[in-house]
Design a protein around this ligand. Structure first.
Ligand code: SF4
Ligand code: SF4
Length: 105
């Protein structure tokens, strides 16, 4: 009997909504040292990949997030069993003119 270990998923594509990551007000940041896949040194866990409704997480060690399509829903951070994903305000990551601080939320 063939055992399938992967779940069929589509990949994101530009639709009428365009790059949905443009809507985001906060972004997920993976703390690699806390990720179970990194700790095990192999593609393990991947629960964030399973649950992302925008299919913008790629499996990996650690998984990677396509911020062009991540809309910042925070589900990946909620389901991560290791607490390895933190949602951070987008303004913290925005590019700002030299000498100016990014806007606070
Ligand atoms: S915040 Fe939402 S859309 Fe973005 S990677 Fe996590 S689950 Fe996917
Ligand atoms: S759910 Fe958390 S621990 Fe599991 S692969 Fe994703 S980031 Fe790593």
């Amino acid at each position: 009997m063939t055992r399938h270990t992967e779940i069929a998923q589509s990949t994101p594509s530009i639709g009428e909504g365009g790059h949905t990551g443009d809507w985001r007000s906060s972004r997920p940041v993976i703390e690699a040292s806390a990720c179970l896949a990194v700790k095990q040194g192999k593609i393990a866990c991947q629960i964030c990949w399973v649950y992302c409704p925008d299919v913008c997480i790629a499996q990996g060690v650690p998984p990677s997030i396509d911020l062009d399509y991540c809309k910042g829903c925070g589900i990946c951070a909620q389901v991560c069993p290791a607490g390895a994903i933190a949602m951070q305000p987008e303004a913290v990551h925005s590019v700002c003119p030299a000498g100016k601080s990014p806007a606070k939320e």
